[in-house]
Write a protein that binds this ligand. Structure first.
Ligand SMILES: [Zn+2]
Length: 273
C-alpha cells in the first residue's frame, strides 16, 4: 500500500518520528481498535485514534447524547443532544479523517455479546464508568487474549493501566472482585472534572498507538494514577501476573463471563464514562 500525497501530508508529523515512520503509519492504518463507551474517556480516545489514522475504529455504546454529557464528552456537540452517541461519535471521526472506517455498536456490552464484539479487533479501550462493565471487559479480553487499556475517572482523579494477557497482571489481579453494589459513588453522584476525561482518555489512545506501532514501553504491570488537585502523577508497580488471579492465572477459577449487577442508580444511566 503506497501513501497518497494527501496521506503523506496528513500523517507527516507521524512519519517524521523515527518511532513511527512510514512503517508505523501503515500499521496504524491497518489496525483495528474497539472503544467501549463513547463518553468522557471514549471521546478523546476516539478523536485521537481517528486523527492518528487508525484504519478501523469500533465504538460501542447504548446511550443517547444528554446535555449533561457535553461538559466532558467532547466528541459530541450541542446539536447532537438526543442522538445515539455512536452515531454522533462516528460522524465526528469520519469528519476528522476519511481514512477511518468506523463500526458502530448501539448496545451495552454483556456476557452474551462481548466476545463477538472484541474478536475482530487488535486492541480494546475500556471507556466505561461502572465496575460490572470493567470486570466483564477485563475477563473477556483475558479469555480472548486481547490487549486492553483500562481506565477510570472520578472527581479530580484518574487511573489507568494496560493489560496484555499473558504478559502482565490483569484488572482482576489488582481488584479481584467488584466492590459491593452502591459502595462506590458514580460520576453522576460524585462529579468529575471534564478535562480529566481528556487527560486519561488521551493516555488510553497513546497506549493503543504504542501497542500498534511498537514504540516505547507500555503501561503493562503498572497502574498510573493522576491527582489533578495535587498535580501529581504516580506510576505504581503492580505485583506480577496471575498468582491466584481468578481469571488470568494458569489455573483460573472463572472460566465463564459474569454479568455483575449494576447499582440501581446506574441502570438507566448506561455504561460509558
Ligand atoms: Zn489477573
Amino acid at each position: 500500500m503506497a501513501f497518497t500525497n494527501e496521506q503523506l501530508e496528513r500523517y507527516s508529523r507521524h512519519i517524521i518520528l523515527k518511532e513511527v515512520g512510514v512503517k508505523g503509519q501503515k500499521k496504524l492504518l491497518n489496525a483495528k481498535v474497539l472503544i467501549i463507551g463513547a463518553g468522557g474517556l471514549g471521546s478523546p480516545a476516539a478523536l485521537y485514534l481517528a486523527a492518528a489514522g487508525v484504519g478501523t475504529i469500533g465504538i460501542a455504546d447504548a446511550d443517547a447524547v444528554d446535555l449533561s454529557n457535553l461538559q466532558r464528552q467532547v466528541i459530541h456537540t450541542t446539536n447532537d443532544v438526543g442522538r445515539k452517541k455512536v452515531d454522533s461519535a462516528a460522524e465526528t471521526m469520519r469528519a476528522i479523517n476519511p481514512d477511518v472506517t468506523v463500526n458502530t455498536y448501539h448496545e451495552y456490552v454483556t456476557s452474551a455479546n462481548i466476545l463477538d464484539l472484541i474478536k475482530d479487533y487488535d486492541f480494546v479501550i475500556d471507556g466505561t464508568d461502572n465496575f460490572p462493565a470493567k470486570f466483564l471487559i477485563n475477563d473477556a479480553c483475558v479469555m480472548a487474549k486481547k490487549p486492553l487499556s483500562h481506565a477510570g475517572i472520578i472527581r479530580f482523579k484518574g487511573q489507568l493501566t494496560t493489560i496484555v494477557p499473558g504478559e502482565g497482571p490483569c484488572y482482576r489481579c489488582i481488584f479481584e472482585t467488584p466492590p459491593p453494589k452502591d459502595a462506590v459513588p458514580t460520576c453522576k453522584e460524585a462529579g468529575v472534572i471534564g478535562a480529566m476525561g481528556g487527560v486519561i482518555g488521551s493516555l488510553q489512545a497513546m497506549e493503543a498507538i504504542k501497542y500498534i506501532t511498537g514504540a516505547g514501553d507500555l503501561l503493562v504491570g503498572y497502574l498510573l494514577t493522576y491527582d489533578a488537585l495535587k498535580m501529581e502523577f504516580r506510576k505504581i508497580k503492580l505485583p506480577p501476573r496471575g498468582k491466584g488471579c481468578a481469571v488470568c492465572s494458569d489455573e483460573p477459577t472463572i472460566t465463564e463471563l459474569i454479568d455483575y449487577e449494576l447499582p440501581a442508580c446506574e441502570l438507566k444511566q448506561g455504561n460509558e464514562e
